[in-house]
Design a protein around this ligand. Structure first.
Ligand SMILES: N=c1c2ncn([C@@H]3O[C@H](COP(=O)(O)OP(=O)(O)OP(=O)(O)O)[C@@H](O)[C@H]3O)c2ncn1[C@@H]1O[C@H](COP(=O)(O)O)[C@@H](O)[C@H]1O
Length: 110
Protein backbone atom coordinates (compact mmCIF):
# COMPACT_ATOMS: atom_id res chain seq x y z
CA UNK A 1 0.00 0.00 0.00
CA UNK A 2 2.37 2.72 1.24
CA UNK A 3 5.20 3.14 3.71
CA UNK A 4 3.25 5.70 5.79
CA UNK A 5 2.97 3.46 8.87
CA UNK A 6 6.66 2.61 8.69
CA UNK A 7 7.70 6.26 8.41
CA UNK A 8 5.38 7.29 11.23
CA UNK A 9 6.68 4.45 13.45
CA UNK A 10 10.25 5.75 12.91
CA UNK A 11 9.21 9.28 13.95
CA UNK A 12 7.38 7.93 17.02
CA UNK A 13 10.60 6.16 18.07
CA UNK A 14 12.65 9.36 17.80
CA UNK A 15 10.15 11.19 20.03
CA UNK A 16 10.95 8.79 22.90
CA UNK A 17 14.21 10.67 23.47
CA UNK A 18 12.77 14.15 22.89
CA UNK A 19 12.03 16.75 25.55
CA UNK A 20 8.36 16.69 26.65
CA UNK A 21 7.69 20.26 25.51
CA UNK A 22 9.33 19.75 22.11
CA UNK A 23 6.48 17.83 20.44
CA UNK A 24 2.96 16.45 20.91
CA UNK A 25 4.10 12.81 20.86
CA UNK A 26 6.97 13.49 23.26
CA UNK A 27 4.48 15.15 25.64
CA UNK A 28 2.19 12.10 25.44
CA UNK A 29 5.05 9.70 26.28
CA UNK A 30 5.98 11.96 29.17
CA UNK A 31 2.41 11.91 30.54
CA UNK A 32 2.47 8.13 30.43
CA UNK A 33 0.50 5.13 29.22
CA UNK A 34 -2.74 6.07 31.00
CA UNK A 35 -2.88 9.39 29.11
CA UNK A 36 -2.15 7.62 25.81
CA UNK A 37 -4.93 5.08 26.46
CA UNK A 38 -7.27 7.91 27.42
CA UNK A 39 -6.60 9.50 24.01
CA UNK A 40 -7.25 6.19 22.21
CA UNK A 41 -10.59 5.93 24.04
CA UNK A 42 -11.48 9.55 23.26
CA UNK A 43 -10.62 9.16 19.57
CA UNK A 44 -12.62 5.89 19.41
CA UNK A 45 -15.76 7.65 20.63
CA UNK A 46 -15.19 10.60 18.25
CA UNK A 47 -14.78 8.14 15.35
CA UNK A 48 -18.02 6.34 16.21
CA UNK A 49 -19.93 9.63 16.43
CA UNK A 50 -18.43 10.75 13.09
CA UNK A 51 -19.56 7.46 11.52
CA UNK A 52 -23.11 8.03 12.79
CA UNK A 53 -23.10 11.57 11.36
CA UNK A 54 -21.67 10.30 8.05
CA UNK A 55 -24.45 7.72 7.79
CA UNK A 56 -27.02 10.51 8.09
CA UNK A 57 -25.35 13.23 6.01
CA UNK A 58 -23.41 11.15 3.49
CA UNK A 59 -20.39 13.38 4.17
CA UNK A 60 -17.42 11.23 5.28
CA UNK A 61 -14.81 13.99 5.70
CA UNK A 62 -15.05 14.09 9.52
CA UNK A 63 -15.09 10.29 9.63
CA UNK A 64 -11.80 10.10 7.70
CA UNK A 65 -10.27 12.82 9.92
CA UNK A 66 -11.33 11.11 13.17
CA UNK A 67 -10.23 7.69 11.93
CA UNK A 68 -6.79 9.16 11.19
CA UNK A 69 -6.69 10.49 14.79
CA UNK A 70 -7.67 7.05 16.08
CA UNK A 71 -5.09 5.19 13.99
CA UNK A 72 -2.42 7.73 14.98
CA UNK A 73 -3.09 7.39 18.72
CA UNK A 74 -3.23 3.58 18.36
CA UNK A 75 0.25 3.74 16.80
CA UNK A 76 1.47 5.84 19.75
CA UNK A 77 0.00 3.21 22.10
CA UNK A 78 1.78 0.39 20.25
CA UNK A 79 5.07 2.33 20.22
CA UNK A 80 4.80 3.05 23.95
CA UNK A 81 4.54 -0.72 24.47
CA UNK A 82 7.49 -1.45 22.18
CA UNK A 83 5.39 -2.71 19.29
CA UNK A 84 5.82 -1.87 15.58
CA UNK A 85 2.75 -1.48 13.30
CA UNK A 86 4.21 -4.24 11.11
CA UNK A 87 3.12 -6.71 13.81
CA UNK A 88 -0.51 -5.68 13.22
CA UNK A 89 -0.10 -5.86 9.44
CA UNK A 90 1.41 -9.34 9.83
CA UNK A 91 -1.58 -10.42 11.92
CA UNK A 92 -4.00 -9.09 9.27
CA UNK A 93 -1.98 -10.91 6.57
CA UNK A 94 -2.19 -14.09 8.61
CA UNK A 95 -5.99 -13.77 8.84
CA UNK A 96 -6.19 -12.98 5.12
CA UNK A 97 -4.42 -16.27 4.47
CA UNK A 98 -6.66 -18.14 6.92
CA UNK A 99 -9.85 -16.88 5.29
CA UNK A 100 -8.79 -18.18 1.89
CA UNK A 101 -9.07 -14.73 0.31
CA UNK A 102 -5.38 -14.75 -0.65
CA UNK A 103 -5.81 -17.96 -2.62
CA UNK A 104 -8.99 -16.68 -4.29
CA UNK A 105 -7.24 -13.41 -5.23
CA UNK A 106 -4.24 -15.31 -6.64
CA UNK A 107 -6.54 -17.63 -8.60
CA UNK A 108 -8.51 -14.74 -10.08
CA UNK A 109 -5.25 -13.15 -11.32
CA UNK A 110 -3.94 -16.29 -13.03
N1 LIG B 1 -0.35 12.15 12.74
C1 LIG B 1 -0.19 12.91 13.71
C2 LIG B 1 -1.32 13.38 14.47
N2 LIG B 1 -2.65 13.16 14.35
C3 LIG B 1 -3.23 13.85 15.34
N3 LIG B 1 -2.30 14.52 16.08
C4 LIG B 1 -2.53 15.37 17.24
O1 LIG B 1 -3.41 14.69 18.11
C5 LIG B 1 -4.16 15.64 18.83
C6 LIG B 1 -5.62 15.22 18.72
O2 LIG B 1 -6.15 15.28 19.94
P1 LIG B 1 -7.28 16.37 20.29
O3 LIG B 1 -8.11 16.65 19.09
O4 LIG B 1 -7.95 15.87 21.49
O5 LIG B 1 -6.38 17.67 20.55
P2 LIG B 1 -5.70 18.26 21.86
O6 LIG B 1 -6.71 19.15 22.46
O7 LIG B 1 -4.43 18.89 21.39
O8 LIG B 1 -5.36 17.04 22.84
P3 LIG B 1 -5.49 17.07 24.44
O9 LIG B 1 -4.68 18.24 24.96
O10 LIG B 1 -6.96 17.14 24.74
O11 LIG B 1 -4.90 15.75 24.89
C7 LIG B 1 -3.92 17.01 18.21
O12 LIG B 1 -3.03 17.77 19.01
C8 LIG B 1 -3.25 16.67 16.87
O13 LIG B 1 -2.31 17.63 16.47
C9 LIG B 1 -1.10 14.25 15.57
N4 LIG B 1 0.15 14.64 15.94
C10 LIG B 1 1.21 14.16 15.22
N5 LIG B 1 1.06 13.32 14.13
C11 LIG B 1 2.25 12.77 13.44
O14 LIG B 1 3.24 12.50 14.39
C12 LIG B 1 4.46 13.10 14.00
C13 LIG B 1 5.19 13.58 15.22
O15 LIG B 1 4.43 14.60 15.84
P4 LIG B 1 5.11 15.58 16.91
O16 LIG B 1 5.52 14.73 18.05
O17 LIG B 1 4.02 16.55 17.29
O18 LIG B 1 6.24 16.24 16.23
C14 LIG B 1 4.07 14.25 13.05
O19 LIG B 1 5.10 14.43 12.12
C15 LIG B 1 2.83 13.73 12.40
O20 LIG B 1 3.21 12.96 11.25
Amino acid sequence: MSDTLDRLADILETRKNAAPDSSYVASLYHKGLNKILEKVGEESVETILAAKDAAISGDCNDLIYETADLWFHSLVMLAALGQHPQAVLDELDRRFGLSGHAEKAARSQS
